[in-house]
Design a protein around this ligand. Sequence first.
Ligand code: HEM
Length: 580
Amino acid sequence: MHLTEFQKKVHAEVDELLEDADAPANSKVLLKFNYLECVIKESMREVTSSCTDNFENSWRRYDYRYPYVRLLNKIPGPDGAPIFGCFFLGVFTPRNEIISLFENFFDTYGHIVRSWTGPIGVIYIGSAENAQTILSSTTHIDKCFVYDFFKPWLGSGLLISTGEKWHHRRRLLTPAFHFTILEKFFGAIVANSKLLVKKLDSKTNLPKFNIVPYLTECSLLNICETAMGVKMDKEIHLRDDYLKSSHIYNQTMYDRTMNPLLHPAALFRLSSKYKRQMNAVELLHKMSNNVIQKRIAERQRFKRGEATLSNDSKLNGRPKTIHIADSDLNPKLGKCLKVSIRSVRTAHSNRREFLDVLLDISEQDPGSFTINDVREEVDTFMFEGHDTVSIALYWTVYLVGLHPYIQEKVHTELDDVLGSADAPANLKTLQELKYLECVIKESLRLYPSVPVVVRTSGEDVIIGGYKVPAGSIVSVHIHRIHHLREHYHNPDEFDPSHFFPENAQSRHPFAYLPFSGGPRNCIGQKYAMMEMKIVLATFFKHYKVKSLSRREDVKVILDTLGRADGGIWVQLHKRRPVVS
Ligand code: HEM
């Protein structure tokens, strides 16, 4: 179809609806301009997605033979305002109401919902079956363009990267979270948990205090000391700056995501949020650079025979070059890849910790794996590895503190399994804490640290009976799926029995997604479960907690993660003497 034909259609619609009038008389008339609205949406979509198609091509999509907008509009969803769609809802709904807004969409329109934010169409998925269609596929594996707003901070690390880069890095880093490596982290996490207990000592019997900063600090120390192999207990200012900056970055990221006017980089740079974000990035990178430099220095001291490595890994001289078989590789990467580390495909004893894997490659091949490549992964894992965990920790403490009967059962199990010990001794002890594990899982169900994950559909796909065209933004609402009565007998209650084997075994595999699902699930989930169990076992062994706010008064505030609005205010009482 030529441009002139589109124009003819626009003119025909205008003539039909306006007749002799010069302009639309009121909003009722405006609502009837269906074709014009589609044209405007499509042009704005092309502009904001920086499509390289020429203008004529972008109009050609409007041909009714290529009906992107019509396809999406077949899916039920709110109409919103003419042209703007739900733009105003997104921008003006307070962050602590946004989850309720999505819930209303699902209640009104069903398990699959479409909305327009200006030119951007988004499909919301609120059922386990539809989540499985998207998440289990290797085709719909790319993230949506808004994840790119993380780039100033995270570069294109594992969370954001796509295609071959993602495949390669995922394969490279997966062994760094194997359970033989996790075992080595046990001692460090126990030590930091005891430190937490000690710090909380001064808070016992206070009328109230916010426990969030304590748990956040503990999870940051843990990820630094384990995966990165660096102790950061002395760097108080650096840590504080990091945590504040991470908070600011996540807020500005959310504001940009919800407001399409801030999507183009040129417009975002003009806003005050950009400056805040850049100041935050500077401090965030200061922390990650510090971590990397410390580890490099420690490795050098180790090689000179002056020190042992703090995470107990062994560098036996120079790393060997190994060859990986063709069958191990993504075919697009070439026939055979020389890899300079011992850990990629390995016997257990050769597995390496996360940062050492990266530094080994960078030392061997600094040209193709630069220190910036190392840093983008360090930034990614430090963010994902501390923030998600601390959120899960504080929601668990909160929920247990609201339910004395459940707390009693947690205490009884801890006393039975740990005896007089202050903390779990090893992985075997941890496995025996079965009730605590159900408690953690149940907290992650009610308050998933990541309430929503977003993908771009890699090809046309049928979801819930509707055809969703390739390139559509599909957002999977984990929070919603976790609250469906068809999967959980009392979905809004805190009830750890949801995860007793007899209740969980026949559940739909995509009805519980705190770590997402499918090939792009969370790489750190085993690490996270181990860490949470150690920290919470140590904490509850020492303390009895009382949460001071009712569930209906503590709202989830969404940035990129689902946080507790206003913190978690509790009272603590000692159960046994604090260790020295
Ligand atoms: C309670 C703790 C955690 C929760 C609830 C959680 C949840 C998730 C979820 C839902 C995703 C998918 C994100 C998306 O598709 O947008 C994800 C991805 C990821 N997580 Fe976690 N996570 C946790 C802990 C961790 C830890 C401890 C680490 C690192 C040590 C980690 C590293 C990552 C990374 C690197 C990705 C991206 C994986 C990829 O795209 O291949 N996470 N996580």
